[in-house]
Design a binder for this molecule. Structure first.
Ligand code: BES
Ligand code: ZN
Length: 876
């Protein structure tokens, strides 16, 4: 158990660093047992009064330290770093340190570590202090010169940021490269890679004619799975030029894939380092979803070159400045590459599933937090996803032209600087002439606003009056919040499905600016009682409480699901409608209404039409999953929800088996491994149909899925079938599972799927299976992907088993966190996510979850990472 309380960092304590770092010269001498880092750092004074200089440095063995060439005698060192007295006067001074680190022993995967045979770095947020002594904060920018030396046989490839200046051979089979990055950067963007890697190469010519060499480095044998990432990179480079006018700024861009990585990927200047899971993609081994994800993460990291690298964050409280903006950019990129409606549906589903609960839970925090214990815990759904929604709302409010003027101003004004979220908003204010001070509350107030709507039609005056009210719930440390500026996109439909024009230009979607607690909007010349389509495209990250009782009736949602011209709202109406029916089944034991069978049948008819949007329809015919249903319940009982959902699916299946079978059959002979939007959509629809079709778990269902597995010509179809077989788990199903393992035992990313699919099966014996898999020879706590594939899949994707009333699920997670606490605290803390929401569950589950958290607080040598999440989760 911890006896001390880890320190909290506060935004209000921000002070500029009193020195400037004019340059750093780094030398890495990489050897098997250890790496020696020599850093020659040049400082100049910014604050004439500063009497001390502090450099971060953790877990470093200091070999020597010299100031201006003389050994430094007087300095103090603690577990956070060193402090010494700088020379008086304005003269530049030079510090030379030699430190030794042990990458092979680094299981935290922060700083310099080994992944397989490859040395690589991860410095964001605070990893550089594990490499050498330096002011490890994003507002200290400097020019990096880096020399890397290693054994040529073990490490033929030696990379760092910027341009390669020279290379050469040395005695004893050693060699070196030297790198210069002309762009000053904070140390969190530093990177180094050394290892035995092969690459693929391509080029991209920027709009002003710069020819850029593009490389993707991977483990030998994986080069056949890189083409998709390379295509994605070129598309991203082109898109950023077209949409934001932003060009790449060096002649070289490298991506390196490593298999041990805490996150998805990292935007180090000109040397992006990726988790293999987000680079490698081949139809044999990656699903359509994996393909999409690779494309969007490659784009995301590339876009950071401007939003994050050229213009960076002043401090980590401003993290959303780069992450929220870059997520928004990658979402829009993906929307442009594929279907905007489907992209929006998937992004909103993600937001609701992960960010809304965070915003309603014990760790709720604003998009710009004001305190943290461990910064790694603040790479959250709020910073990322809500942060992206905030940028999207800004664009909606000031309009796309002003938004582009605003980003132009932002990138030119702050190029080479470390700035704040306010700086960004001020640019938007300046170019649009709009007062955004109320809007800025989105950065400081936590909690998801609830918006209530009431509509009234006046048949004599032909007016429709819509009243909107907002309520911002209390969150830890924040009560009595001010009303926010919420853009609500609205359309009005007449009974034939036609839209009413809502302004002089006859636009049919209007943005209502809700700024007061309650506000009324009147629409004239509305000839019939309209059906309101509210919050089109999810124009603001709010919870809409039109909740079907007052103005919008279930049949209105069924109507909108058929007729709303806004694709997102068509989907939303269908979901709202089905969630309503599930609620009635759960609370009142209601039967499935006739209207539901009819509405669902109409959707299936749509899906059967050859020209329909298959990707969208796959999402529309999908019955909201257990987690999703739970999100809107007062008290979550996953087992009861599972049962109701099962009844609904079986009811719909009995009524429409022929149609569902036809949908499944319709796409069964597609061309197999093509990844065009058409093919991807068709597979999504087909596999959704397969899952519904085999919901009753009959013998014939097993046969159908085995058939599907056997005929699969790509990983998407194979996994879809395997998910069902793993759920049935009969003898013949187990044969398939074994066949899958044997076939892919040399493909770690596919073996991850093999673990995940078993951990996600809603079966009585899954907890026991997870415990067995923990002991599987292929399991390792040191590999984050493998940890996620077993424990995160179980705890986050398998609500019924994780929340089993006997508490087994929570115990499994607690044991995993205890073990991981010392191996990799960052991953351990992230695993805790599902326990944060204990207050949302039935009382028996609440007690068990809370006691699991308390036991976690008793772990010896508890890391600050785990401590922060567990202690804040149980706090009253
Ligand atoms: N800068 C982050 C990576 C990062 C996060 C490093 C936390 C250190 C700590 C990177 O740009 C990022 O956001 N990656 C995401 C994927 C992205 C598409 C949202 C990730 O790794 O999950
Ligand atoms: Zn990012």
């Amino acid at each position: 158990m911890r006896t001390d309380t880890p320190k909290t960092v506060y935004l209000q304590d921000y002070k500029p660093y009193p020195f400037k770092v004019t340059a750093i010269d780094l030398n890495f001498d990489i050897r098997d047992e250890q790496t020696t880092v020599t850093a020659i750092t040049k400082f100049s004074r910014k604050d004439p009064k500063a009497s001390q200089i502090f450099l971060n440095g953790e877990d470093l063995e200091l070999v020597s330290i010299a100031l201006n060439g003389e050994p430094l005698e007087k300095f103090t060192q603690d577990e956070r770093g060193i402090t010494f007295k700088p020379p008086a006067g304005d003269e530049e001074f030079t510090l030379e340190t030699v430190t030794v680190i042990k990458p092979a022993e680094n299981t935290r995967l922060e700083g310099l570590y080994r992944s397989g045979d490859t040395y690589c770095t991860q410095c964001e947020a605070e990893g550089f202090r594990r490499i050498t002594f330096f002011p490890d904060r994003p507002d200290v920018l400097t020019v990096f010169d880096v020399r890397v030396e290693a054994d040529e046989k073990d490490c033929p490839v030696l990379l760092s940021n910027g341009n390669k200046i020279s290379d050469g051979k040395l005695e004893g089979g050693r060699h070196f490269t030297v790198w210069h990055d002309p762009f000053p950067k904070p140390c969190y963007l530093f990177a180094l890679v050394a290892g035995k890697l092969t690459h693929i190469h391509d080029t991209f010519t920027t709009k002003s004619g710069r020819k850029v060499d593009l490389y993707i480095y991977v483990r030998p044998g994986d080069e056949g799975q890189c083409a998709h990432a390379m295509e994605s990179l070129k598309k991203s480079m082109k898109w950023d030029e077209d949409v934001y006018g932003l060009e790449y700024d060096l002649d070289l861009f490298n991506i390196v894939a490593v298999s041990d990585f805490n996150m998805g990927a990292m935007e180090n200047k000109s040397l992006n380092i990726f988790n293999t899971a987000l680079v490698l993609a081949h139809p044999d081994t990656a699903t359509d979803l994996d393909f999409m994800r690779v494309e969007s993460v490659v784009a995301h990291e590339y876009f950071h070159n401007w939003s994050g690298n050229r213009v960076t964050c002043r401090d980590w409280f401003q993290l959303s400045l780069k992450e929220g903006l870059t997520v928004f950019r990658d979402q829009e990129f993906s929307a442009d590459m594929h279907s905007p409606d489907v992209q929006r549906i998937d992004d909103v589903t993600h937001l609701r599933r992960f960010q809304f609960p965070e915003d309603a839970g014990p760790l709720a925090h604003p998009v710009r937090p004001d305190n943290y214990i461990e910064i790694n815990n603040f790479y959250t759904m709020t910073i990322y996803e809500k942060g992206a929604e905030v940028i999207r709302m800004l664009r909606t409010i000031i309009g796309p032209e002003n938004y582009r003027k605003g980003t132009d101003l932002y990138f030119s004004r702050f190029d080479g600087q470390a700035v704040t979220c306010d700086d960004f908003i001020n640019c938007m204010e300046e170019v649009s002439g709009q007062d955004l001070s109320q809007f800025q509350l989105w950065y400081s107030q936590a909690g998801t606003p609830e918006v209530t709507t009431t509509g009234k039609y006046d048949g004599l005056e032909k007016t429709f009056t819509l009243t909107l009210s907002q309520n911002i719930p209390d969150t830890p440390g924040q009560t009595d919040k001010k009303p926010m500026h919420i853009p609500v996109a609205l359309g009005l439909l007449d009974p034939s499905g036609q839209e009413f024009p809502l302004d002089e230009e006859r636009n049919t979607t209007k943005i209502l600016h809700l700024r007061e607690k309650t506000q009324t909007f009147v629409f004239e010349k509305i000839q019939y009682p309209p059906i309101a389509s509210i919050l089109r495209g999810f124009s603001a990250p709010v919870i809409l409480k039109d909740d079907l009782r007052d103005d919008l009736k279930p049949e209105d949602h069924a109507f909108l699901m058929r007729h709303d011209p806004n694709g997102f709202n068509r989907w939303q109406a269908g979901q709202t409608y089905m969630l309503h029916i599930l609620d009635e089944m759960l609370d009142q034991g209601e039967e499935i209404p006739e209207e539901c069978f009819r509405a669902y049948g109409a959707l299936l008819d749509d899906a059967l039409r050859p020209e329909s949007d298959k990707a969208l329809l796959a999402r529309m015919i999908h019955i909201p999953d257990v987690i999703h249903i739970g999100l809107q319940r007062e008290e979550i009982d996953p087992a009861a929800i599972y049962q109701a959902r099962d009844d609904l699916i079986n009811g719909l299946l009995s009524a429409h088996k022929d149609k569902i079978l036809a949908i499944y059959g319709m796409h069964n002979d597609d061309d197999g491994d093509s990844v065009t939007a058409q093919a991807v959509g068709a597979r999504a629809l087909k596999n959704t149909a397969l899952h519904i079709l085999t919901n009753k778990c009959m013998k014939e269902d097993v046969d159908l899925c085995r058939e599907a597995y056997k005929n699969a010509r790509n990983m998407t179809d194979r996994i879809a079938a395997l998910q069902r077989l793993t759920l049935f788990r009969t003898g013949s199903c187990m044969d398939v599972l074994r066949e899958f393992y044997e076939r892919y035992r040399d493909y770690p990313l596919v073996i991850d799927k093999w673990f995940a699919v078993q951990a996600s099966a809603a079966r009585e014996d899954t907890a026991a299976i997870v415990r067995q898999l923990r002991e599987h020879p292929d399991f390792s706590l040191k590999n984050p992907n493998r940890v996620r594939s077993l424990f995160a899949a179980f705890a986050m994707n398998n609500p019924v088993c994780f929340h089993a009333p006997d508490g087994q699920g929570y115990e499994i997670l607690r044991d995993a966190v205890a073990e991981l606490n010392t191996i990799n605290p960052q991953i351990a803390a992230r695993l805790l996510t599902p326990l944060k929401e204990w207050r949302r569950y039935t009382p028996d589950r609440q007690a068990l979850m809370k006691s699991a958290l308390k036991k976690i607080l008793e772990i010896e040598n508890l890391s600050p990472d785990v401590y922060e999440i567990a202690s804040k989760s149980v706090a009253d």
